[in-house]
Every structure is written in C-alpha cells, then in structure tokens.
Design a protein. Structure first.
Length: 182
C-alpha cells in the first residue's frame, strides 16, 4: 500500500509531466550552493525552473505517459528543467540546453551534465539532449521558413517591376529633355 506522501508526490509529478512535457534532465550534484543559485537565477530570467526529482517516481510517471526513459536519465541524482508556472514557451528543452551550455561555459564548470530530455512526446538520450543547444528554437525556424517561402515571390515581383521602372525613368528623362529644349 503506497503511503500518502508518495501519492502526493506522484500526483504533483503527473501535473508536471503532462502530455505536452518538454523538459531537460541534468545531473546537479557536485555544484556548490552558490553555483546552483546562479544557475537557477539564469534559468529564472528565461522563465525556466529547475527541480530535483525522485528518479523512481519520475520514471513511473513517464512510463504512464507511454515514454520509456531507460536507465541513463534516471541513474544518480536528477533535476528537471521545465517552463515556470504560467510561462508559455516553445521548445523548452532547446532553450534549457542552450542556457545550461552557456552557463557551464561562462562559469568554467563541468557540471551540470545533461542526462536526457523529453521533447514532443519523445525521450532523448544525454547526447541528443546536449546537442539541442545547436538547434534554433521554434520561432527562429518559423522565421527561416517564412523567409524561404516569401523569398522567391519577392524576387519575381522585383523582376516584374524592374522593366516598368526603367521605362518610366526613360519617359521621365525624355520629358525633361523636351522641356529643356522647348
């Protein structure tokens, strides 16, 4: 019979690990209290938060969602980085991966290491989750896509307008020449 505390924590995890879960899992142990505070402050600036999770409960709740996290993500201490309450963010795992990588580089630390992630109903291993830092976010991808869609039309419109512009310039020059002569 599960105890009341485990039931409450499981219910809380089910609220965090909803069907649209987009999160990054890191190994936080080995950081000083100041480092953890600094990392949390950096995450907070981007509307993200970090919470240490109990591995067995996290694995069980992910399993209930049909996601098999394997052993790599939940071996040793784990912390989950996810969108803060009320924040509507796209691509949280990508943003978190970029922020963690930048924080590690700026502070000349080796930790926290990325253990894995969940993005668009898929579990990512540590290497794939760490490589998310190289990807553009959804907003950037949308702007690139729109630019590629609009680009050829813009070039075509410029090609169609160019001869008319040259003709108008020649007519204007002819009128100026007629006015100057007569």
């Amino acid at each position: 019979m599960p105890n009341i505390l485990n039931e409450a924590i499981t219910a809380e995890y089910e609220g965090l690990f909803d069907e649209d879960l987009d999160a990054l899992f890191v190994q936080p142990v080995g950081l000083s209290v100041e480092d953890v505070g600094s990392l949390r402050a950096t995450l907070r600036e981007s509307q993200l938060q970090m919470r240490v999770v109990k591995n067995s409960l996290a694995r069980r709740v992910l399993g209930n969602l049909g996601l098999d996290a394997g052993d790599e993500m939940f071996t040793g201490p784990s912390a989950m980085i996810f969108a803060a309450d009320g924040a509507e963010l796209d691509a949280v795992a990508i943003s978190a991966s970029k922020i963690v990588a930048a924080w590690v580089k700026d502070n000349k630390k080796e930790l926290p290491t990325v253990k894995g992630g969940v993005m668009e109903k898929r579990v990512l291993d540590g290497a794939a989750a760490a490589d998310l830092k190289r990807l553009p976010g959804k907003a950037e991808l949308r702007s690139i896509l729109v630019g590629q869609i609009v680009g050829p039309g813009r070039k075509l419109a410029a090609q169609l307008v160019a001869p008319a512009g040259k003709l108008a310039s020649q007519i204007n020059k002819h009128i100026e020449n007629q006015e100057a002569a007569g």
